[in-house]
Design a protein around this ligand. Structure first.
Ligand code: 13P
Length: 301
């Protein structure tokens, strides 16, 4: 029996399978995952580079009325009840946060918002202060999405301010970076992604960076059906991790989770998420229906 995941057990041997994979065999013991079963030998496939739990988030963008959001999350709660290996997050529009928050209470689904003010309460028309999200048990906030960078002209400096505000208020930022097609074709992907990563994390402490989730979303792959190949994505993810090494050292960089986003669907999730530096997915279109989103999560386990 092969079970993906990385729980610990005291009586175990590990066999190096190469390419960052190991097989762990736990003998003659109750294994934590199967505490209700006396299992003699449990084989677990470990991604040795992954001390990081996968995180798959659905970014619903400006879709779903409140009642549609409620219907979708009701399905997700049922379909994903048994999932423990992946942090599952839904990010509805602000108007649906309150009802979705009540529904997911006690479930394994966590709540994210799609933006956050760089300030607190006050005379900031149209902004959402951290306390408003905290009251609804929102845990994550998507910041610096390319759509906001493009349409709202959000800069790295603003994203960094928002990320600091998130951390100061116990919200986990999901900070997005990614190059456009023109930038990829001009061979400046690394330059762009490095300056976005440094700029958007500027001023955060090492501990704050460690708990930040990054999302690499090549702009040319968003909503286009064109996914980066797993090799292309892995290359940039490894590069982003290197940038974090240079900012905060190896130990912090090893713990930062980096999601991939851009036309992720059930059929490509497994290959993408098996890459050593890809720690989850930020999903747009395919998260708008429970079937598609559930398939991605099940295929990533
Ligand atoms: P798609 O999955 O629709 O390409 O969107 C990705 C995205 O922008 C998630 O934030």
């Amino acid at each position: 029996m092969f079970v993906p995941g990385a729980p610990t057990a005291s009586s175990r041997t590990r066999i190096d399978l190469g390419k960052g994979w190991m097989e762990e065999v736990s003998r003659g013991r109750l294994f934590p995952l199967y505490a209700n079963r006396a299992v003699a030998n449990v084989h677990v496939l470990l991604r040795m580079d992954k001390e990081r739990k996968l995180i798959v988030a659905g970014n619903w963008k400006s879709n779903k009325t409140n009642s549609e959001a409620v219907a979708l999350v009701t399905d997700l709660i049922r379909e994903l009840a048994a999932v423990k290996e992946v942090d599952v997050v839904v990010c509805p529009a602000f108007t649906a946060l309150s009802d979705v928050s009540k529904l997911i209470l006690g479930s394994n689904i966590r709540l994210g918002a799609q933006n956050l003010s760089d300030s607190g309460y006050g005379a900031f028309t149209g902004e959402i202060a951290p306390g408003m999200l905290r009251e609804l048990s929102v845990r994550y906030v998507i910041l610096g999405h390319s759509e906001r960078r493009q349409f709202q002209k959000e800069s790295d400096a603003l994203v960094a301010k928002k990320a600091a505000n998130a951390h100061a208020n116990n919200l986990i930022p999901i900070v997005c970076v990614g190059e456009t097609l023109a930038e990829r074709e001009a061979n400046i992907t690394e330059k762009v992604v490095e300056s976005q990563t440094r700029g958007s994390l500027a001023g955060l402490t090492a501990e704050q960076v460690e708990s930040t989730v990054l999302a690499y979303e090549p702009v040319w792959a968003i909503g286009t059906g064109k996914t980066a190949t797993s090799a292309q994505a892995q290359e940039v993810h490894a590069f982003i991790r290197k940038v974090i090494v240079s900012m905060h050292g190896e130990a912090i960089a090893r713990r930062v989770r980096i999601q991939y986003g851009g036309s992720v669907k059930g059929s490509n999730a497994r290959e993408l998420l098996q890459q050593p530096d890809i720690d989850g997915a930020l999903v747009g279109g395919a998260s708008l229906e429970s079937k598609g989103f559930v398939e991605i999560i099940k295929n990533s386990i």
